[in-house]
Design a protein around this ligand. Structure first.
Ligand code: AMP
Ligand code: MG
Length: 363
């Protein structure tokens, strides 16, 4: 089952919530600031840019053009993208790519190394096999997974800084930048906005990934609602509740969850975050991970995806080892675990069906 329009609606709804929450936080005598929001369907999602007091529309055009450029270079849905060319040459020869694609490749490999392989940009053959987000999703058989898994190995990616080339060593290997390209796009959006004099903006990158620049123009932190991950029998989350709210400035808040892209078969939900060890949708006891990362922390996107694959213990250990980074994990037994650096920024809401688990160190 694939309902892209329902998902787009959900993203828009989530975005509206986010603005409403922000509006509630504004003092009555706030100076009149103008928020302008523009949306575009790109990178298989709806991207919504809200900029306060933009000088003109030109900044939106420049950002969306840059995002389209990134998508053109890195989308596997586009057969002539650089990433598709690298994939087509797997096992044959290195492919010289743009500085952008090369940078994202390097960042993806950094995340693979950091996560001990839980994040793997060569997950492509497994993503294709399940086709979770496509028209004909499929429950992969053990045999199919067995054939595809040897092709998933980030250590078989050869990069050459001098030539700026990427080589996938085994024929059939396939890169998928679905878990990392949007983080790069958000960073680029912020760079362009900053150059244009923007100090206050919120970029909703779709798929529960939000990037905020500065604070709200009245100096109040942004308030970002985190979806309650409890699902109904159809695998759908209920969109009228928050697990809690992050208050933050200059930060990235991103969630990875099985309810974002999935299909149902025989009453079971199969989702889009794959475990590179098993070739199956990751099932390590979590139903959601939300990450908060200050913008000045130079880490690649993909950390929430990594933590979702790693599970609570290993994921929490990774988060606690990274200065500045915080996360909220929700386990399948409906308990939320808040990392030390998320605690001061996250207000947990009661009444969602999730209760607070014991924090690290208390167990
Ligand atoms: P996110 O929604 O940010 O967690 O990213 C999920 C997307 O990343 C998926 O739709 C795939 O395109 C890709 N992906 C899935 N599993 C992995 C993985 N283990 N490592 C890297 N990318 C992945
Ligand atoms: Mg992500």
């Amino acid at each position: 089952m694939n309902r892209p329009f329902a998902r787009v609606d959900a993203i828009l709804t989530a975005f509206l919530y986010c603005l409403l929450l922000g509006a509630c936080a504004r003092p009555a005598a706030a100076a009149p600031h103008q928020a302008v929001t523009k949306r575009q369907l790109m990178m298989s999602t709806v991207i919504a840019l809200t900029i306060y007091d933009p000088k003109s529309d030109a900044v939106f055009t420049e950002i969306f053009d840059r995002m389209a450029d990134i998508e053109r270079k890195m989308s596997v849905q586009k057969p002539d993208s650089e990433v598709s060319k690298v994939n087509a040459m797997a096992g044959k020869a290195p492919v010289v790519v743009s500085a952008d694609t090369y940078a994202v490749m390097k960042r993806a490999l950094t995340m693979s190394s950091l996560s001990g392989g839980a994040f793997d940009p060569t997950i492509g053959p497994i993503v294709d096999l399940w086709n979770v987000a496509g028209d004909n999703p499929h429950v992969a058989t053990a045999k199919e997974i067995g054939n595809a898994l040897p092709l998933v190995d980030w250590r078989q990616v050869e990069t050459d800084d001098a030539a700026r080339s990427i080589f996938l060593k085994k024929p059939g290997m396939k890169l998928d930048f679905g878990g990392i390209a949007k983080g790069f796009a958000a960073d680029e959006a912020a760079r362009i906005a900053k150059k244009d004099g923007v100090v206050s903006a919120l970029f909703n990158m779709g798929d529960s990934s939000i990037y905020v620049m500065g604070s709200k123009p009245d100096g109040v932190p942004w308030r970002i609602g985190v979806q309650n991950p409890v699902s109904d029998e159809n695998g759908e989350v209920i969109r009228d509740r928050y697990l809690g709210i992050f208050e933050c400035s200059d930060a990235d808040v991103e969630t990875s969850g099985p309810y974002e892209r999935f299909f149902m078969k025989d009453g079971k939900r199969y989702h889009h975050i794959m475990d590179p060890k098993t070739g199956m949708p990751a099932d390590n006891g979590l139903i959601q991970v939300t990450l908060i990362m200050p913008n000045d922390v130079d880490l690649p996107d993909g950390l929430s995806t990594s933590c979702f694959v790693l599970g609570l213990q290993k994921g929490m250990k990774l988060i606690e080892s990274l200065p500045g980074v915080g996360a909220v994990f929700v386990t399948a037994d409906n308990k939320a675990y808040i990392s030390s650096r998320a605690a001061s920024k996250f207000s947990f809401s009661e009444g969602t069906g999730i209760t607070l688990g014991k924090v690290r160190g208390e167990e």
